[in-house]
Design a protein around this ligand. Structure first.
Ligand code: T46
Length: 134
C-alpha cells in the first residue's frame, strides 16, 4: 500500500507560520466540506468505516494522533504529528483514528458533502466491496 502524505508549503517569517491550501493546487480535489475533531477523549478510537467514493485529506493541525489505513489486504499506521503534513485517504480504504494527544485537533478536507449512504461501516461488507472491485 502506498501512503500519500503531502508536505504543505509553509510561509514562515519572523512572525510565525502560515499554510494556505487551495483546491486542485495543494489538494487534489474540489473541497466541498471541512470538519474537525477536538477534545477527543483518551483511549478513544474513531472511524471504523470506509467510504464508497469520498476522498479526504487529514491534517492534525495541533497535537498528534495516529491513523490506521487498511485497504483489505494490507494495514499501515501513519502518525500525524505536524500541522504541515496531510494524509490522503482514498475511497475504499478502512480507517481508524486513535492515540490522540489531549490537545489534538484533527482537521479533514473532504471531496463531498456529508452523505451517510457513502459510508461502509461493516468490515465484512467492506471486504466484499473490495473483492467486487478486483
Ligand atoms: C472519516 C473520519 C476521518 C456530520 O453531521 N457531518 C459531518 O460532516 C461528519 C464528518 C459527521 N457528522 C456527524 C455524524 C455523527 O453523528 O457527526 C457525528 C460523528 O461522525 P462519525 O462518527 O462519522 O465520526 P468519525 O470520527 O468516526 O469519522 C469521521 C468522518 O465521519 C469520516 O468520514 O473519514 O472522520
Amino acid at each position: 500500500m502506498q501512503i500519500l502524505k503531502y508536505m504543505f508549503q509553509q510561509h514562515g517569517d519572523e512572525r510565525g507560520q502560515l499554510i494556505s491550501l487551495e483546491e486542485f493546487h495543494d489538494i487534489p480535489f474540489e473541497i466541498k466540506r471541512v470538519y474537525y475533531m477536538y477534545e477527543t477523549k483518551p483511549d478513544v478510537r474513531r472511524g471504523f468505516h470506509a467510504h464508497k467514493s469520498l476522498q479526504q485529506i487529514l491534517i492534525c493541525i495541533h497535537g498528534t494522533c495516529k491513523i490506521l489505513l487498511d485497504n483489505g489486504k494490507e494495514k499501515k499506521i501513519v502518525p500525524l504529528e505536524k500541522p504541515y503534513e496531510g494524509l490522503y485517504v482514498s475511497s475504499n480504504m478502512w480507517r481508524e483514528m486513535y492515540d490522540f494527544s489531549p490537545d489534538a485537533v484533527l482537521m479533514v478536507l473532504a471531496s463531498d458533502y456529508y452523505k451517510e449512504e457513502d459510508y461502509i461501516r461493516d468490515y465484512d461488507k467492506f471486504l466484499k466491496s473490495i473483492e467486487k472491485e478486483i
